[in-house]
Write a protein that binds this ligand. Structure first.
Ligand SMILES: [Zn+2]
Length: 275
């Protein structure tokens, strides 16, 4: 089964050879690495084209070292509580697929065969994702116009990616599960202390989301030690602070060869309310 839809006319897409085709014959070729580009220009704002090559590589390199392994383990356990054989799981803003693949592997070890889909606006990220996780279906697309059929997902998960309530509600089945990971107050506190004169705590928003019922939350908090500048720089480039850092901060960062920092996340689980 396929759940991708045509970005031009919203009809279902069908796989034909190396392309996805809709009934009106709009055709989208599958890239060599395995993803399909379902992003059309009118869906993209003037500015954002997703993470660039350097950022994607930095994140992949950092995650591969396992610093966020505990988060992945907790997320995987959480998804496993709700997934069943045949569940359709969408990772919205999946990036290079670290969590998508990790969750899949955990489910498989527990004899749950789910069908994974990933959407991200960055082609570069999906190049990595499709090589890492060949069993999944990846599409370049916008989270604000998910190229996904209505009411077909059992679970939607999103980690540090743009949030679009209406789209998540649209693609989830009735009473479908929505899982979101957000940074907590002291996430990366050690890193911020090392870089800024007056670091501030992360602002944690209200958990309530219209149309969803919060059914569970789980906090993940631990410390990591990083003993080299490359990993520290990679971590920094994954943060929103990366975009608003002056010369002094960059110099401090460049001189940092050791870092101990708090890692703090919250995994929030919601159920889509029936309308
Ligand atoms: Zn079409």
């Amino acid at each position: 089964m396929n759940i991708f839809t045509c970005p031009v006319c919203s009809e279902m897409l069908y796989k034909e050879g190396k392309s996805y085709i809709c009934p009106k014959r709009h055709t989208f070729d599958i890239a060599k690495s395995g993803y399909v580009n379902l992003l059309i220009s009118k869906q993209v704002g003037k500015t954002v084209h997703g993470d660039n090559k350097l950022m994607v590589k930095a994140r992949r390199d950092f995650l591969e070292k396992g610093y966020y392994g505990k988060l992945l383990a907790a997320l995987s356990e959480t998804v496993a509580e709700y997934a069943e054989n045949g569940s359709i799981i969408l990772d919205s803003g999946c990036g290079e697929g670290y969590y998508t693949k990790g969750v899949y592997s955990h489910l498989k070890e527990n004899s749950i065969e789910a069908d994974f889909y990933g959407v991200d606006i960055s082609k570069t990220a999906l190049e990595y994702a499709s090589k890492l996780f060949k069993e999944a279906h990846f599409a370049v697309g916008s989270v604000f116009h998910l190229p996904i059929a209505d009411k077909c997902c059992d679970i939607v998960m999103t980690l540090f990616a743009p949030f679009c309530r209406e789209e998540f509600l649209r693609v989830l089945k009735e009473s479908g599960i929505f899982i979101m990971v957000i940074p907590s107050e002291k996430h990366l506190w050690g890193l911020k202390k090392a870089v800024y004169d007056t670091p501030y705590l992360n602002e944690v928003k209200d958990y309530a989301i219209d149309g969803f019922e919060l059914i569970k939350s789980r906090k993940i908090a631990y410390e990591i030690n990083i003993d080299n500048n490359e990993d520290i720089q990679n971590l920094f480039s994954m943060t929103p602070y990366y975009y608003r850092t002056g010369k002094i901060q960059q110099e401090r960062l460049a001189a940092l060869n050791e870092l101990e920092t708090e890692i703090e996340f919250e995994i929030l689980v919601y159920s889509a309310k029936e309308n």
